[in-house]
Design a protein around this ligand. Structure first.
Ligand code: FAD
Length: 311
């Protein structure tokens, strides 16, 4: 969060990429190759998600370790606190600590696949706030702790004001940055940011950006997160929906425009839900001219010496 504040003050826009643990060994290898290549695009950090209920948790911690130690990428590990034993939480935090990871996105968690509703287990973890407190208590200031924000409501709560009250509780418990659920309507988002600030929440707000890969995936993800699709987006995307390349091209323009408006509204960091794919995210970054020149690329040896791009 200190680095985020620095780039905000310097008027720089930075970005990060989110990845999830693939299902197969081949998928894992492909993703490592992609992570390595996407490193060259210059993200400030990458996120690795946590399977609800701790599913595939070893893979999440392994990916964090590899990203940190092999690819020299700063990572943020997601961690949920419901539907799994507290020992798993402790293990995950210890593994992240050992890997040199200093960022955790603390979440309550979705219900695991086989269940409809999430469940609290031992240790008194009901909400993300409880996990934030626990990490603080165990690790002091070692981890920068991110929390989730929802500009258009979340699965079990559509009351925006109540969600902001709960967001404030998470920040007051020790959350140092907010990453939001995906959205496409910037007006709604900007209004939400104003409300968040009016509540006295001052930590950086990082919008979650979902690039458009195909029309079917765009609709599926928007419906899944129940976010509003602006009318003019439908107007331009619907007629080309069967032409993937055209959908990506138009989608890139829409996403870039959305990011520009966010930057104008004071956002200094963009978080991309890559869905483990590079192309659509890279196209948006290129359109925004945020990819460093070759001479400026953050090379691993520079990072290992603790030098940043400008040194
Ligand atoms: P919380 O902040 O705990 O809120 C959950 C609900 O409880 C809300 O309705 C809230 O209003 C309510 N609530 C909170 N505090 C109180 C209180 N004191 N009293 C009464 N009600 C309260 N899920 C995964 O499983 N793995 C991931 O890696 C993952 N990554 C995510 C990344 C981002 C950026 C986002 C936005 C979500 C992610 N999720 C992930 C999904 C997340 O786990 C779900 O959205 C979950 O349903 C809510 O998690 P939360 O941390 O926002 O919960």
């Amino acid at each position: 969060s200190e680095k985020l504040a620095e780039s905000r003050e310097a008027g720089k826009t930075t970005f990060s990429f989110e990845f999830f643990p693939p299902k197969t060994a081949q998928g894992v290898q492909n993703l490592y190759d992609r992570m390595d290549r996407m490193h060259g695009l210059g993200p400030s950090f990458i996120d690795v998600t946590w399977g609800a209920g701790g599913r595939n948790s070893q893979l999440t911690t392994e990916m964090v370790n590899v990203a940190q130690s092999v690819y020299g990428l700063e990572t943020c590990m997601h961690l949920t606190c419901t539907d799994m034993e507290q020992s798993k939480l402790d293990e995950a935090l210890a593994d992240a600590y050992k890997a040199g990871c200093t960022n955790i996105l603390a979440l309550r968690g979705d219900p695991p696949r086989e269940k409809e509703k999430w469940e609290a287990v031992q240790g008194g973890f009901r909400y993300a706030r409880d996990l934030v407190k626990y990490i603080k208590q165990k690790y002091g200031n070692h981890f920068d702790i991110g929390v989730a924000g929802y500009s258009e409501g979340c699965d079990d709560n559509e009351d925006i004001d109540e969600l902001i009250d709960h967001l404030k509780e998470k920040v007051d418990a020790g959350g140092t940055f907010i990453v939001t659920q995906m959205f496409y309507d910037v007006d709604i988002f900007i209004e939400w940011m104003k409300k968040v600030r009016a509540k006295g929440i001052t930590v950086p707000i990082i919008p979650g950006i979902m690039p458009i890969q195909t029309h079917a995936a765009f609709l599926r993800r928007a419906n899944w997160s129940r976010c509003v699709i602006p009318e003019h987006w439908t107007k331009v995307l619907e007629p080309v929906k069967n032409d993937d390349a055209e959908v990506r091209r138009i989608g890139t323009g829409l996403l870039a425009e959305m990011c520009r408006r966010l930057i104008e509204a004071g956002v200094s960091h963009l978080h991309f839900y890559t869905m483990n794919l590079a192309q659509a995210t890279q196209m948006v970054l290129e359109e925004l001219k945020l990819i460093p020149d070759v001479g400026e690329k953050p090379l691993p040896w520079r990072q290992s010496l603790g030098l940043n791009r400008r040194d």
